[in-house]
Design a protein around this ligand. Structure first.
Ligand code: ZN
Ligand code: ZN
Length: 355
């Protein structure tokens, strides 16, 4: 049997014919990167290829790397293998990688979501023979509310806090969630203040030509009474730190797909848990996989075992593969926490899957 066009190796997904890797986690000569999150864009490769809109964030996070960037739909050929990027809808600049050689087409999804978030280029299904997919939220309990409804909840909560004279702290990871929140806030309520990590990411995106709503970086000179009338965008790493405590009294909202699990909000000591994810929910995953028309789907990270069983039951040829993706950077601690000390949800999940 001929070698498959893409293989799963201990360095990452490898194309032997094209001599390149996709999102490798160990140093390689030629790396094609789906997006700038830390579990996909590692330091130490000789050459990087990614989407234009990942450029400034990758340079900010990885320093002086040798980076070539292209547009969605643009094709680069390496040793006869055609590489084309398609939007993944996950975060700004995220791409699915389509690889073609002698009529065989493989697509690597990276992380993706199927709902248009209004800031990332919307997900586009790509026909292929082999689809390599994530399944972070591959359980039926993950079924996202439409974004418009979600932000009605967020904005009402903020307006209420202003009325009650307490500050509003909203937490989401710095690349993706932070900008999505920023673009969907009702700015007639007040101003948006940012933690330094988020403002640095915003600045990188603005250098890349992305137009974001106005933000103000919080410094030691920021007036507490003014900040209280606005909303503070903070990364998960700021939770429980003296930086955050100085805004007391405040109401603290946490935005994550894991908020769908019982106990997640309590464990984060959040006042509000907003179920908001940059990954596809269960129906999104199934429809995205179906739309590829693929003859085989490989599941890289998430609920790979149960989701591949489910897909097999409904007629897909699904396989689990081992990678180091997953644990959406700053969100990783929540996942681990859930799996360690929250036994109830997994019991519920098993019941739901059995139906
Ligand atoms: Zn990601
Ligand atoms: Zn990831």
């Amino acid at each position: 049997m001929a070698t498959p066009l893409l293989q799963f190796t201990d360095r990452g997904i490898y194309c032997e014919q094209g001599r390149f890797y996709i999102d490798p986690w160990k140093p390689v000569d030629d790396a094609v990167i789906t997006h700038a999150h830390a579990d996909h864009a590692y330091f130490g490769h000789k050459n990087y290829l990614a989407h234009h809109l990942s450029r400034e964030v990758m340079l900010y996070r990885l320093g002086d790397i040798n980076l070539r960037t292209i547009e969605y739909g643009e094709t680069v050929t390496k040793h006869g293998v055609k590489i084309t990027l398609y939007p993944a809808g996950h975060v700004i600049g995220s791409a699915q990688i389509r690889v073609e050689y002698k009529g065989q087409v493989w697509v690597v999804s990276g992380d993706y979501k199927t709902e248009d978030d209004g800031i990332s280029t919307p997900f586009e299904p790509v026909k292929c023979h082999h689809f390599i997919s994530e399944c972070t939220f591959g359980m039926p309990i993950y079924n996202w509310k439409p974004q418009a409804d979600l932000f009605v909840d967020v904005n009402n909560w903020w307006a209420n806090n202003v009325q009650n004279g307490v500050a509003t702290v909203i937490v989401g990871y710095s690349l993706g969630k932070a900008q999505r929140i920023l673009q969907n806030l009702d700015l007639s309520i007040g101003k948006v203040y940012t933690h330094g990590v988020i403002e640095n990411t915003n600045e990188a995106l603005r250098r890349n030509g992305i137009i974001l709503n106005p933000t103000e970086r919080i410094t030691i000179d920021s007036k507490k009474e003014e900040v209280r009338k606005g909303i503070i965008l903070a990364p998960p790493s700021a939770v429980g730190t003296p930086w955050m405590r100085k805004f007391q009294p405040y109401s603290f909202g946490y935005c994550s797909g894991w908020m769908a699990l019982r106990g997640a909000k309590r464990r984060r000591a959040a006042d509000r848990g907003f179920i908001m994810s940059d990954h596809a929910d269960f129906p999104g995953l199934v429809s995205a996989i179906d739309a590829t028309g693929c003859e085989c789907v490989y599941l890289t990270h998430g609920y790979t075992a149960s989701f591949s069983r489910y897909l097999s039951e409904i007629g897909f040829n699904a396989r689990e593969v081992h990678t180091l993706y997953g644990g959406e950077e700053e969100d990783a601690s929540i996942t681990e926490g859930e799996e360690k000390d929250e036994t109830a949800p997994s019991g519920d999940i098993k019941k739901e899957l059995a139906v």
